[in-house]
Design a protein around this ligand. Structure first.
Ligand code: GLY
Ligand code: MN
Ligand code: MN
Length: 442
């Protein structure tokens, strides 16, 4: 495990500085039952983990915020006979020390301790409206605290969603996070190279998925950061394709959107390559257009540029290319104004990346796209998808030329905004037509 208690302590201290005095309550994720006697693999809540580094289930962070802040961890008690079945537990005493808490208790004492702590606090910060059971539990404890309180003792009257404040911290990555994300990017890049070198016609998509997962785990990642998309042929035009069970045919493209999670941090890479190792003419036309869009977007990833600028750069390049390929007709400005590109490019050009693949942090401030700043981590992922018209497609949609039908291309890299521009954390993954064909030939 990757425990960096000073980092987590520093994050809690920063959060304390940004909030008014009060009581913070932040539970980790729930264990989810998969079927009888069998749970889904546990994944901690990202913000809870960001503030604690603690990765066991059934844990809650409580902080007394103010001039003399206190961090208290509630976790499963040490229980050696249970550990025979379930594995090691820190227990409050060791957890307090290892994770740098001021105090720790068994989680079954949470309600009684919260009742005590609520006396003297007007304000409660927690992730309101996120989990109805937690909402009810906190409100009912606050009600009990009010009923018990003697005159003159404050009890909670304000319940504030703390997620926005934590999200804003999470948006700016510190050196340790950047280091982990560089590693996640490297491992994921290598997995894509492995996929390019092993994929061949006649295999099933899941065989390629197995190569990705193999490399992730061999390198210490315990899970992909999201469900891997391994989409051949027309499946590549389905944005969240997940079945990964089709047999790949010679001459088709294979779109892979996959990244590992490393100590909680995500990589998110997409590459599209020809199953047989060589792009056809129309495939290459579309591929190079998407790559040109990506390069245009890269130029906009630097401090001070509005976040939306890198999306706009892809939209402009793709629209011009669709005119050049005689798929759309009109002027670039007119077609952008009509959003004609949305027939072939229906998603945004990226998102924040971090502990969540679609990471925390606002995209707009007071309705305006926020400027990029050093320390932000984001994806750049333009694409084009050619699908048959639907019965209810807008009348303005055009027929797709037969030679482009069923082509789906997306290319995605992970960028850190630096003081002078950006660093591409996934640059190792082959990307030009020549690089991909050379990698596949090896
Ligand atoms: N893999 C999810 C995304 O690209 O947004
Ligand atoms: Mn993405
Ligand atoms: Mn992706």
């Amino acid at each position: 495990m990757h425990i960096q208690r000073e980092r987590h302590q520093a994050r809690r201290a920063t959060l304390n500085q940004r909030l008014q005095p009060g009581l913070l309550i932040y539970p980790t994720a729930r264990v989810q039952c998969r079927n009888y006697d069998n749970d889904f693999p546990f994944r901690y809540d990202s913000s809870f983990y960001y503030l604690t580094g603690f990765y066991e289930p059934e844990a809650v962070l409580v902080m007394q915020l103010g001039a003399e802040p206190q961090a208290i961890l509630f976790c499963q008690p040490k229980n050696e006979s249970r550990e025979i079945w379930e594995g090691f537990l820190y227990g409050p005493e060791a957890a307090c020390e290892v994770f740098g808490m001021d105090n720790a208790f068994a989680v079954d004492q949470l309600d009684s301790k919260l009742l005590e702590l609520m006396a003297g606090n007007q304000r409660v910060y927690f992730p309101t409206g996120f989990d109805a059971q937690w909402d009810a539990r906190v409100l009912s404890l606050a009600c009990k605290a009010a009923n018990r309180a003697r005159g003159g003792v404050d009890t909670p009257i304000e319940f504030i969603d703390v997620r926005a404040a934590i999200d804003e911290l999470r948006l700016f990555k510190d050196e340790s996070e950047i280091g982990l994300m560089r590693e996640a990017g490297r491992i994921s890049s290598e997995a894509h190279i492995r996929a390019m070198q092993t994929a061949r016609p006649g295999q099933f998509e899941y065989e390629v998925e197995a190569e990705l997962l193999y490399h992730f785990m061999k390198q210490g990642s315990r899970s992909p950061a999201y469900g891997s998309i391994v989409a051949s042929g027309a499946n590549a035009t389905c944005l969240h394709y997940s079945e990964n069970n089709r047999r790949m045919q010679a001459g088709e493209l294979l779109l892979i959107d996959a990244g590992c999670e490393l100590h909680g941090y995500a990589a998110d890479i997409t590459r599209t390559f020809p199953v047989s190792g060589k792009f056809s003419g129309p495939q290459k036309d579309i591929y190079e257009l998407v790559l040109a869009a990506m390069n245009a977007s890269f130029e906009q990833v630097k401090p001070g540029t509005p976040r939306i600028a890198y999306h706009d750069a892809s939209v402009r390049t793709l629209t011009q290319g669709l005119i050049d390929l005689k798929i759309l007709s009109g002027t670039v400005d007119g077609l952008i104004e009509q959003e004609a590109y949305k027939q072939f490019y229906m998603h945004g050009t990226g998102h924040w990346l971090g502990l969540d693949v679609h990471d925390a942090g606002r995209y707009k401030i007071n309705g305006e796209p926020r400027p990029l700043e050093a320390g932000m981590m984001l994806t750049v992922e333009p694409g084009l998808y050619f699908r048959p018209l639907l019965a209810d497609s807008p009348a303005s949609y055009v027929e797709v030329p037969a030679h482009f039908m069923h082509i789906g291309v997306r290319i995605e890299d992970d960028l850190l905004v630096t003081p002078t521009g950006h660093e591409n954390l996934t640059a190792l993954t082959p990307k030009t037509v020549a690089e991909i064909e050379a990698t596949m030939a090896r």
